[in-house]
Ligand binder design. Structure first.
Ligand code: SF4
Length: 360
C-alpha cells in the first residue's frame, strides 16, 4: 500500500530539530511528503504557537529517560509493562481517548534516534535475563499509524531479535503491517490489535481500521512470523455487549483462524474515564451507564458488572486455548480474585509476564 498521500493530506507542516536533520528518518519524510512545507529548528520551543496542533509533525531526538514504566494506576494491579515513546500523539480520534486534550495543543512527535532507546532496553534486558521483558510503543499513541512513513518499528524489531527475553509489542488500531512482513529476523516481536465490535468502532474509534481489516492484518502478521496479541480495551457495556464481544472472540479463532500458540497475551479492560474526559466529550451514550469512582479517581462500571463482563469474555477465549495468557488492565485485587480466582502472581502463565523488572 502506498499510504503517503494519506499523510500528505493530513499534515500541514513538518518541523525537524537540527540534531536529527541528517537521519534517514528525516530524509524519509521529506522524500515521502515532498509537497509539505518544512522547517529545521533548534528545539521544539521554536515551533510557533499557531502550529502547536496535531496537523504538525515534529521529528526530534528523545530527551531524558528513554524507557519508562507504564504509569499504572493507584490501587490497581499493574502489569509492569515498559514503554518506549516513539510516536507521541495520535490522530485516529477515539472518543474515549485520554490524549485528546494533549493533542489540541501539541504536534505529533516522532523520536528519530532509536539507538538510545534500543541501548537502554538491551541494558534492562541484560539485568533481567531469564525473565520476560514486555515493552511497547503504544502507550502515547498508535504504534503503527505513522510507521509506514518512517519505518522506525523495524529498527527495534531487528535490534531485539536476538534477545530471547524481550517481547517488543506494537499496539495498533490500524492494519498497517505490510511494511513489517519482510523483516528477516523478528525475534519475539508482537503485533497487538485493539479490538471492539464493529458498531462500537464505527461510533467511537474515529479513522481506525475496520475490525475485519485489523483481524486480517493480525492473521497476516501471524502467518509471517510475528506473535500477535489482542486488547479488548475499552470494553463497553450496552444491551447487546455479550453477544457482540463473544462473537468478536469467535471471529478471531473461527473466521481468521489465528492459532492460539501465536497469541502471546490478551488483555481486557472495561471502559473507565477520569472526570475531565466526560466534561470534554459532553453528553454521549458511553457515559450513560452506572459508574462508580475508583481509588485512582477514574469512573468504572460497578464491580458486579465488570466481573460478569470479564468472566464471559475470558471464558470464551479459554475455550479456544486454555493456555493463552489473559489479563485485566488496571483492575483491583478483588476483581482479580472474582474473575480469575487469584492475583497474577498466583496464576501460571501470568506470574512471569507480571514480574517486576529490575533496572528502572
Ligand atoms: S488509537 Fe489510542 S491513542 Fe489513538 S486516539 Fe484512539 S485511544 Fe487515543
Amino acid at each position: 500500500m502506498n499510504s503517503y498521500p494519506f499523510y500528505a493530506e493530513y499534515f500541514n507542516k513538518i518541523y525537524i530539530t537540527a540534531d536529527v536533520k541528517n537521519t534517514v528518518y528525516a530524509e524519509r519524510i521529506l522524500k515521502r511528503l515532498p509537497g509539505t512545507p518544512f522547517s529545521i529548528i533548534k528545539a521544539r520551543k521554536d515551533i510557533p504557537e499557531s502550529d502547536l496542533n496535531s496537523k504538525t509533525i515534529l521529528i526530534t531526538s528523545p530527551k531524558g529517560e528513554t524507557v519508562g514504566r507504564c504509569p499504572g494506576t493507584q490501587g490497581h494491579i499493574c502489569c509492569n509493562y515498559l514503554t518506549i515513546d516513539l510516536y507521541i500523539g495520535c490522530t485516529i480520534g477515539c472518543s474515549y481517548c485520554i490524549m485528546q486534550s494533549y493533542l489540541n495543543f501539541s504536534p505529533i512527535v516522532v523520536n528519530a534516534e532509536p539507538e538510545k532507546q534500543i541501548q537502554r532496553v538491551l541494558e534492562i534486558a541484560g539485568l533481567n535475563s531469564g525473565r520476560t521483558i514486555r515493552i511497547g510503543t503504544g502507550e502515547v499513541g498508535d504504534s503503527l499509524l505513522f510507521d509506514p512513513l518512517f519505518e522506525l518499528s523495524g529498527v527495534f524489531i531487528e535490534a531485539f531479535s536476538e534477545s530471547p527475553n524481550i517481547f517488543f509489542e506494537l499496539k495498533t488500531k490500524t492494519n498497517f503491517v505490510e511494511h513489517l512482513l519482510s523483516i528477516p529476523e523478528k525475534g519475539n516481536a508482537v503485533i497487538g490489535f485493539s479490538l471492539n465490535p464493529q458498531n462500537i468502532a464505527d461510533r467511537e474509534e474515529g479513522i481506525a481500521g475496520t475490525v475485519q481489516e485489523r483481524l486480517a492484518a493480525a492473521k497476516k502478521a501471524a502467518d509471517n512470523g510475528y506473535f500477535v496479541s489482542f486488547h479488548f480495551d475499552p470494553i463497553f457495556l450496552y444491551p447487546e455487549w455479550k453477544k457482540d464481544y463473544l462473537k468478536l472472540v469467535d471471529t478471531i479463532f473461527n473466521e481468521y483462524t489465528i492459532p492460539a500458540e501465536k497469541i502471546v497475551w490478551i488483555s481486557m479492560g472495561t471502559f473507565r474515564y477520569p472526570a475531565g474526559l466526560k466534561d470534554r466529550a459532553g453528553v454521549k451514550d458511553i457515559f450513560l451507564e452506572e459508574f462508580v469512582p475508583s481509588k485512582d479517581k477514574k469512573y468504572r462500571y460497578i464491580q458486579k458488572t465488570r466481573t460478569a463482563m470479564y468472566k464471559s469474555i475470558a471464558d470464551r477465549i479459554a475455550g479456544f486455548g486454555k493456555d493463552i495468557p489473559i489479563y485485566m488492565c488496571m483492575e483491583s485485587r478483588s476483581l482479580w480474585k472474582n474473575v480469575f480466582g487469584g492475583i497474577p502472581a498466583d496464576i501460571s502463565g501470568l506470574s512471569d509476564i507480571f514480574n517486576h523488572t529490575r533496572g528502572l
